[in-house]
Design a binder for this molecule. Structure first.
Ligand SMILES: Nc1ncnc2c1ncn2[C@@H]1O[C@H](COP(=O)(O)OP(=O)(O)OP(=O)(O)O)[C@@H](O)[C@H]1O
Ligand SMILES: [Mg+2]
Length: 229
């Protein structure tokens, strides 16, 4: 039987914060394997460690101890430069509050990660337009975030995440600021991307969304619990 490299492998990951003499394990000995193409929902109460986990998997942060292996590459011990290189080329992030640049147009927002990924100017624009079209915003490319609806803003954020052709998309409460109809549209879009082969991790409080995933895990006080079947 063929054995494939998992998309994500966390081995005994702990993240400790020290604040004013107190230590807090935001993540406590977390192990998790995600296969390429999987869609995993991560749930858990506020403050349980979900965003910390997402940031570590996405290379925005490093664990205090343990190993983070993404696409066969161990991120836990690489230099910051290599970590940001990895992030710029392999991961798409989508956040609850969209995190768009307010003074830039939709097109400029989607071009941004391609600048970091060092794509040439002409190709950047073509790729960004392609991504905006893919999320149904081909007719809004010159609008600024303030001139777009919430659902449209999140679609710009998804186009931005898609721009570098990531192998993994990590979405931290992507529907948290949207009404349920708009949330469902965003989920449809993310699921379509998953069907195209992108590994999808979604953090959500919403059980309806979590049930769309292939697999659900939850976090309580930094400890991960797998839900089977
Ligand atoms: N930079 C930091 N310094 C100190 N403590 C932190 C830091 N970042 C997060 N924490 C703490 O780590 C714990 C986990 O935070 P995290 O943001 O991962 O929670 P979360 O599950 O995403 O919560 P929410 O659902 O509210 O977004 C919290 O108790 C938080 O206060
Ligand atoms: Mg969070």
């Amino acid at each position: 039987m063929e054995t494939k490299t998992p998309a994500i492998e966390l081995k005994h990951v702990t993240k400790t914060y020290k604040l004013g003499g107190e230590t807090l394990n935001a993540l406590d000995n977390v192990s998790l394997v995600a296969q390429a193409g999987e869609f995993i929902a991560i749930t858990g109460p506020s403050g349980s460690g979900k965003s910390t986990l997402a940031n570590i998997i996405g290379g925005l942060d490093k664990p205090t101890s343990g190993d983070v292996i993404v696409d066969g590459q161990d991120l836990s011990h690489v230099r910051d430069r290599a970590l940001s290189d990895y992030r710029n080329h392999h991961i798409g992030f989508v956040f609850q509050s969209f995190n768009l640049q307010g003074s830039n147009t939709a097109l400029e927002n989607v071009i941004m990660p391609l600048v970091f990924a060092k794509m040439r100017g002409k190709q950047r624009k073509a790729r960004a337009l392609e991504c905006l079209q893919a999320v149904g915003l081909g007719d809004r490319v010159n609008h600024k975030p303030s001139q777009l609806s919430g659902g449209q803003r999140q679609r710009v954020a998804i186009a931005r995440a898609l721009a570098v052709k990531p192998s993994i998309i990590i979405a931290d409460e992507p529907t948290g600021n949207l009404d349920s109809a708009r949330g469902a549209e965003i989920m449809k879009l993310l699921q379509d991307l998953n069907h195209q082969g992108i590994t999808l991790l979604i953090i959500t409080h919403d059980q309806t969304i979590a049930r769309l995933a292939h697999r659900m895990v939850s976090i309580h006080d930094g400890k991960l619990v797998e839900h089977r079947g």
